[in-house]
Each structure stands twice: as structure tokens, then as C-alpha cells.
Design a protein around this ligand. Structure first.
Ligand code: AMP
Length: 461
């Protein structure tokens, strides 16, 4: 044993000191969550599906920083939006700069599009984004203060085909995850046709004392952003909003044609949707198409406004934002996009008990008896792993019983066992974990022997 590993004989002052009191435990913040290993199979499934669909439809992955200038969100999402007014995590840093933790992805993506001159690339630029967002929401089931979104943005395309393509992708995403959803869709027009509509809306709310019945937030919205009255979460406001004039009746010809085209494409693709006249989305930058994805159980009963929990259960949402790039300092550029909340998707998958393939399950396990065998199987492990097999092991364990228990937990079909005798004979044992039958095979032919039983890893899925 090297000298510096020798045990100290003398007790130190610390050893003699009375044991310290147990430290106070610091728990996680309210509205945040840990993703533990057992849960990762859901994340892997959802992220894999998002990446696969995005790639198929020509969206390329990008990321943006969690921290951005506070002004980015104040200008884009709108100073009167709930996200900015009530939900943003913001602070002044050590240099006195006003910083925000991103409450949504689109403003950062648009900033990046302008900052990196992506307008010089062939248009449209189709981007796939996935990451955490932060909102100081009231935590409850499916509502967190840090959660993750999968976003697609199509920047530089004005055609209604782009809106329909995005909606179709969201629909396929859920269908392929075996979740039944319905698309809620509306058009909020353009700034010019919306002007007429806002006058009608204003008159409607002034009629027969409706204003007095509104919640305090809506009374303020009536002055600042009357469109937002339509998607207030309060039931009494919802009932009034349901009677309000519908924005689709006020659309200008271009906006109406755009909306009709989007719906025609959806019809063609057999994508179920519900025309929802109170859907406006909470952000200032949307124009024309807006949509949300609701679980089928959250469908609105015919002739009634949506209940608050139904609206709150949206799995995702998006729309067109043709003015945003210019408003953020870029050239006039049409665009549309959506965001889907990953935690809510996982919650739905769990609720429905949809079986999920466990990617951690291995093909075979390597067990050893004694230290010389351990050293040898550590090398064999690398060889088999490089050959593409999903190999599992418990190198740190000494007893064969303990290793076989771990092998059983990992659900492998075969365990290879190497002991002193096998090393001497140049062999290894293959144990069928179901029948318990063990065979002796030539150590040098081990890869071929495994391929005979499990197939070649390159030929497997
Ligand atoms: P939004 O941009 O607010 O429409 O959000 C898009 C999607 O993100 C929603 O449809 C939800 O799936 C998800 N989401 C929004 N807020 C939260 C939250 N506080 N916790 C978890 N998921 C959320």
C-alpha cells in the first residue's frame, strides 16, 4: 500500500468533538420539480417524438439563453399581458441591468433570428426549440413555475399553408403519442380589421351594464386591451364573452381568405378542430390564426362557454405573429409558431396509462466472480458495448447473488458469468435468465454466440 494511504493512528480534535446537529434540509422551490430517473422514460419518449416530427417537417433545432433583457418580453409579449405583469421572474443584476428568466420562447427566437441575420438565409427559416420556461404562476396540478416547452417557429412564410402545417404537426404529435386532442382555432384578424371589431366589442360591453359584472382585471382590460376580455378565466366574464360579437364576422377580406384557407387545409388533412370565438391567446403579438390544443375530454359542451379548468388544461397553443419581427427591430417578416407544455403531455400519458418501452432495459448482463474476472469483464463490457449491445453490469458488487438480482431488475434475457475457472479454461458461462439454464462457451467466440441468440445489434431496431 502506498505510504500516503496508511491510516492515521492519532485521533484528531475533530474526532473527539461532540457530533454536530443535523443541518436543516433545504427543499426545492414551490412550483418546481425534480425529474427522477424512473420518470425519464416519459421525457425521452416525448422529446424523441418532438425531434423526429420536427426533423421530418424540416425544422432545425436551436436554443436561446434562459436569461434575456427584461425589455425583450415587455416589448414583445406586451406590457399588459399576464405573462409580463403577473408571471415574469425578473431582477436587477449586479450591473444594474434588468434581466428576466424567459417566460416563453418566441421573443428570444425572434431576437436570435434578427441578431444572427437569419433573414439572409433562404426563407422561411423553420426552427425547433425545446427548453425550460419560467412563470410565477399559482402552482397546482399541471401548472409549475419552471416547466418545459417544445416550440416550432416558421419565420418568413405568410402562406396559410404554414399555419396549417404547424397545426397538423401538433395534431400528429399528440396522435402518435396516443393522446386524443381537439384543436381550438380562431382568427384575431390584423391590426386594421381588429380596430373595427374593438369598437363593436367596446359598445357591447357598455350595453346594459355589462361592465359592472366584470372582474377587476377585465375592467382594466376594457381600457387597455379589450380583446383579452374574451379569454378571461373568470366564469362570470366568460359567460358575458360568450355573448360578445364574434371577431370572425369582422375580418377584412384578406384575413377572412387566409382563415378559410387554413381551415380548408385542415379539412383536407382530416384534422378535427373547433371554431372557438373566444380564443384570442394572451399575448399582444398574435394576428390572424390563433389556436390551442385541448385534450378531448376538455371539449366545450355545445352552446356553452368553456369552464375555467378546461381552458387551463390546454396542452399547447400558438398562432401567427406577422408584426413581431419588425416590432423587435427586424425587417417586416411574416411568421407563425406554437408551444406545447411537456409536463402536461407527460401528465396525460400517465393518466391514460399508455405503456412505454423502457429504453434502459438491457440485452445482457455481465457478472464476475473474483477480482481477476472483474478486470476481464470490464474490458469485455466495452467490447460488447462498442458492438452495439445494450450491456448492463454491477462491477462494484462482489457476490454473484447480488449481481444476479441486479440482472433480474434490468430485465435482461442473458447473463454472462466469468469466474476463476472460466478464465483458466478460456470460457464463459451464458445463463438464460428465464430458465436458469447455463451453457459454457468459448470466450473468444462470445460476440458470435450472443449474436446467435439476440441477433446482430445493427439488424435490430
Ligand atoms: P402558453 O404560451 O401560455 O399558451 O403556453 C403554452 C403551453 O405551455 C400551454 O398550453 C401548457 O401546455 C404549457 N404551460 C403554460 N403554462 C404552464 C405552467 N405554468 N406549467 C406547466 N405548463 C404550462
Amino acid at each position: 500500500m502506498p505510504k500516503f494511504f496508511k491510516k492515521k493512528e492519532n485521533k484528531t480534535a475533530d474526532d473527539k468533538a461532540p457530533k454536530a446537529r443535523r443541518m436543516r434540509f433545504i427543499s426545492r422551490l414551490r412550483g418546481t420539480k425534480d425529474i427522477l430517473p424512473d420518470e425519464y422514460k416519459y421525457w425521452n419518449l416525448v422529446i424523441k417524438k418532438a425531434a423526429e416530427l420536427s426533423r421530418s417537417y424540416g425544422f432545425r433545432r436551436m436554443d436561446t439563453p434562459v436569461l434575456e433583457n427584461l425589455e425583450l418580453y415587455e416589448r414583445s409579449s406586451g406590457r399588459s399581458s399576464d405573462i409580463v405583469v403577473k408571471e415574469m421572474f425578473s431582477f436587477v443584476d449586479k450591473n444594474g441591468e434588468k434581466i428576466a428568466l424567459r417566460p416563453e420562447a418566441t421573443p428570444g427566437i425572434v431576437r436570435s433570428y434578427i441578431e444572427h441575420g437569419m433573414f439572409n438565409l433562404p426563407q422561411p427559416v423553420k426552427l425547433f426549440w425545446l427548453g425550460p420556461v419560467f412563470r410565477h404562476d399559482k402552482p397546482q396540478a399541471g401548472r409549475f413555475r419552471q416547466f418545459n416547452q417544445f416550440n416550432l417557429e416558421n419565420i418568413g412564410e405568410a402562406s396559410p399553408v404554414a399555419d396549417a402545417e404547424l397545426i397538423a404537426i401538433t395534431y400528429y404529435f399528440f396522435r402518435e403519442l396516443q393522446l386524443e386532442v381537439i384543436i381550438q382555432i380562431n382568427s384575431v384578424g390584423c391590426p386594421s380589421c381588429r380596430k373595427d371589431y374593438l369598437t363593436k366589442l367596446d359598445n357591447f360591453y357598455k350595453e346594459r351594464g355589462r361592465r359592472a359584472k366584470l372582474c377587476n382585471d377585465c375592467k382594466k382590460r376594457l381600457m387597455k386591451n379589450p380583446l383579452r376580455l374574451l379569454d378571461c378565466k373568470e366564469k362570470k366574464c366568460q359567460e358575458i364573452a360568450f355573448e360578445a360579437p364574434q371577431i370572425v364576422d369582422s375580418l377584412c377580406e384578406d384575413c377572412r381568405n387566409h382563415f378559410i384557407k387554413v381551415l380548408e387545409y385542415l379539412d383536407e388533412l382530416n384534422i378535427p378542430y373547433n371554431l372557438n370565438s373566444t380564443l384570442v391567446r394572451g399575448l399582444d403579438y398574435y394576428n390572424r390564426t390563433v389556436f390551442e390544443i385541448w385534450p378531448v375530454s376538455a371539449e366545450i359542451p355545445a352552446g356553452k362557454p368553456a369552464d375555467e379548468p378546461l381552458r387551463q388544461n390546454a396542452l399547447g397553443g400558438g398562432g401567427r405573429y406577422d408584426g413581431l419581427v419588425e416590432y423587435m427591430g427586424g425587417r417586416p417578416t411574416p411568421a407563425c409558431g406554437f408551444g406545447i407544455g411537456i409536463e402536461r403531455v407527460i401528465l396525460k400519458i400517465k393518466e391514460k396509462n399508455i405503456p412505454i418501452k423502457d429504453e434502459e432495459k438491457g440485452d445482457l448482463f455481465l457478472a464476475h466472480l473474483g477480482d481477476p474476472a472483474r478486470r476481464k469483464i470490464m474490458i469485455l463490457f466495452e467490447e460488447l458495448r462498442k458492438n452495439g449491445f445494450k450491456v448492463r453490469q454491477a462491477f462494484t458488487k462482489d457476490s454473484l447473488k447480488g449481481q444476479l438480482e441486479t440482472a433480474n431488475q434490468t430485465g435482461v434475457k442473458y447473463t454472462l458469468i466469468l469466474g476463476q475457472k472460466e478464465i483458466m479454461d478460456g470460457t464463459i458461462l451464458i445463463r438464460d435468465m428465464e430458465s436458469g439454464i447455463q451453457e459454457i462457451v468459448d470466450y473468444k467466440k462470445i460476440v458470435a454466440e450472443i449474436e446467435k441468440r439476440l441477433g446482430s445489434p445493427s439488424k435490430k431496431t
